[in-house]
Design a protein around this ligand. Structure first.
Ligand code: HEC
Length: 236
């Protein structure tokens, strides 16, 4: 029950992480679903435009009607002047954005009640900042290593898996966790590495699914089958 409870909660956590990825990175190119473009835009940035413009065409697209989004984008393209901001743009930001983008929202997002925070994001979008990469990297390294410690420990008790396969599957998430995180930093430097992010994350998920399924199977389904064959033997 302890192992099954843990595996169930961790699996739901994994699904939530995927949903979160779909809603943030997945929307970076303005379309639902994860693509190589999404990864390039998230880490390397979409350097043809500003952060606000790209967000307004991506994950923030639904936050304001077309007309208001274009107004904000045009204001940035014309040089993000403060007087023009106060005249035309501030009311839009106040009615559409600061419900989330302010300190009082408690969402820890950039505070758009302050002009300088908007100005900073009117500059060229060069993707994830080094400080945010460092933050997310250390959280992932600690957190995911912990998750795979217990998933691997439970799977290590499996009876029907050859030792070499077992050792490989247990090692895989650690190797691909490193590949995954290294690939974020590499993609920040060059968009060519975006496919490595997909391979790293994909292989990590694959090893998770394999360990999870084998562990659950051996705990819940295998005993039933063994009991059936024992009964059959007793009947004879
Ligand atoms: C319902 C809450 C909500 C509203 C309303 C909202 N945002 Fe956001 N915004 C978020 C969340 C959550 C993120 C972080 C995830 C992401 O980047 O998609 C974010 C991120 C951003 C970022 C990236 C910030 C950074 O540099 O890390 C920009 C720019 C942005 N929003 C602009 C806007 C603008 C402009 C509006 C108003 C038209 C707006 N948002 C309205 C929730 C909101």
């Amino acid at each position: 029950m302890l192992f099954s409870g843990y595996l169930t909660i961790v699996a739901i956590g994994y699904l939530m992480a995927l949903v979160q990825i779909l809603f943030t990175h997945g929307m970076a190119d303005g379309q639902f679903g994860l693509s190589v473009d999404d990864i390039v835009y998230s880490y390397y940035g979409k350097r043809s435009g500003s952060v606000i413009e790209n967000k307004l065409n991506g994950s923030m697209k639904t936050m304001a009607p077309e007309e208001e989004r274009l107004k904000i984008i045009n204001w940035i393209r014309k040089g993000a002047d403060e007087d023009a901001f106060n005249a035309d743009i501030r009311p839009i930001i106040e009615s559409r954005c600061i419900a989330c983008h302010s300190e009082s929202s408690g969402m820890h997002l950039p505070d758009f009640t302050k002009f300088e925070n908007i100005l900073k994001r009117a500059e060229t979008d060069s993707g994830a900042s080094f400080s945010s990469l460092a933050r997310v990297s250390h959280i992932h390294l600690f957190g995911i290593a912990f998750i795979f410690m217990f998933v691997g420990l439970i799977f290590s008790l499996a009876a029907g898996v050859p030792p070499i396969l077992k050792a490989s599957v247990i090692t895989m998430p650690y190797i691909f966790l490193l590949v995954d995180i290294a690939s974020w930093w590499l993609t920040k430097l060059s968009p060519h590495f975006a496919w490595l992010v997909i391979i790293g994350g994909g292989m990590m998920a694959l090893s998770f699914v394999f360990m999870w399924t084998v562990s659950m199977y051996e705990m819940w389904i295998m005993p039933l089958k063994n009991a059936d064959s024992r009964d059959a033997l007793l009947d004879e």
